[in-house]
Design a protein around this ligand. Structure first.
Ligand SMILES: Nc1ncnc2c1ncn2[C@@H]1O[C@H](COP(=O)(O)OP(=O)(O)OP(=O)(O)O)[C@@H](O)[C@H]1O
Ligand SMILES: [Mg+2]
Length: 353
């Protein structure tokens, strides 16, 4: 298991100090005791090969003062990775400042990022430092960069290339040494093709691309994460102490594809611990039963889709008391479409139409 907080643990496997230059050595330095912020969140759990590779990649890139891009589905841990990079970057003097590009409207984004001079706009009674200045010497985390409006991308490109920017209402350029880490779950290449994202900015950010794998590609991490989350919640909430996950619950988790990734797992565990009344968390407490089945049935894509659509037809028919026109309506299909699928699945074989 590789966990950034385990590395300081004297009881962990690393009894010998890691040799200088090794990834572990760099991590130990980066996470020296006293880095309280470590507790604040940069604890990347996971023992799968893909997660080990990811940690190695983080260690390698952390010290290189270049922009980078973190990609991955929602809830995979992109922000966690950004924090780990900041802590491992050896820039203890600087802060990590986060801005969510999707959450801030166009008009505010500029002054948020670059700051503004006094009187720059109505209500700007005092000059204000922007996030680039706040992050000077540290890391600026541009979250959801895929949602940043194009005109801003141009400005960000300028900062990334020359380290300079101009506050709103100001005339003089300022400099920043903030290291830019951007993250997105959007398909940036598709956005570039559609003219929604600047190819030049992508190329610059793509100095290194860190891809955080979805949880379904590392099923071996599920159990470890589930146990650790349960421990964490128990440490925080006394009523959750002493609870354990039944083997059947673990089995169910292992088979679930987690579209919401680690965040979904974390939320599931928390809710299951709350629902459970017996100290043994069961599949019912987790409550995945109904979503799980169709997605994880055996067979290839075509076969599974066919089975699923057949089931939809059967259920709609049952609900409609066997009335096909009504079943079609319930499924949002025309009668002809319904009949097409109905026949394809051999449901109407022996009946005249
Ligand atoms: N490997 C991991 N170990 C421990 N906790 C994790 C791990 N990955 C993710 N988490 C936890 O899952 C939650 C979601 O992680 P995070 O916010 O980093 O995801 P994200 O990729 O930025 O999601 P989004 O795309 O929705 O912004 C957080 O509570 C985080 O602490
Ligand atoms: Mg995020």
């Amino acid at each position: 298991m590789v966990s950034l907080d385990d590395i300081e643990d004297p009881a962990s496997e690393a009894l010998e100090p890691p040799p200088p230059g090794s990834p572990l050595h760099a991590l130990v330095r980066a996470f020296a005791p006293g880095a309280e912020d470590l507790q604040a969140g940069a604890q990347i759990l996971g023992g799968s090969a893909v997660m080990r590779t990811l940690i190695e990649q983080i260690v390698r890139v952390a010290h290189i003062p270049r922009p980078l891009l973190i990609v991955g589905e929602r809830g995979t841990g992109k922000e966690l990775v950004a924090r780990a990079i900041h802590f491992a970057s050896g820039r203890p003097a600087g802060r990590m400042v986060t801005i969510n590009c999707a959450a801030i409207g166009d008009t505010l984004l500029e002054s948020e990022l670059f700051g503004h001079e006094r009187g720059a706009f109505t209500g700007a009674e005092r000059a204000r430092r922007g996030r680039f200045e706040q992050a000077d010497g540290g890391t600026l985390f541009l979250d959801e960069i895929g949602n940043m409006p194009l005109p801003f991308q141009q400005k960000i490109l300028r900062v990334v290339e020359y380290g300079t920017f101009t506050p709103v209402g100001g005339s003089a350029e300022r400099k920043t040494s903030a290291r830019i880490v951007a993250a997105t779950n959007a398909d940036l290449r598709g956005k570039i093709r559609r003219g929604e994202f600047l190819g030049d900015l992508y190329d610059r950010l793509a100095f290194e691309i860190i891809s955080v794998p979805p949880l379904r590609e590392r099923p071996e991490d599920v159990e470890l994460l589930a146990h650790r989350f349960l421990e964490q919640f128990a440490a925080e909430i006394p009523a959750f102490r002493g609870k354990r996950l039944a083997e059947s619950a673990l089995e169910q988790l292992r088979r679930y594809p987690f579209p919401g990734n680690v965040r979904e797992l974390k939320n599931l565990i928390e809710r299951a611990a709350y629902r459970d009344t017996t100290n043994e968390i069961t599949p019912e407490d987790i409550g995945l039963l109904r979503h799980e089945e169709p997605v994880l049935a055996a067979g290839g894509f075509t076969e599974q889709v066919a089975r699923f659509s057949r089931r939809l037809l059967e259920r709609a028919l049952a609900e409609a008391g066997g009335n096909r026109a009504e079943a079609a309506r319930r499924l949002g299909l025309s009668y002809d479409q319904f009949r097409h699928h109905y026949r394809k699945h051999g449901l109407g074989k022996r009946e005249p139409d």
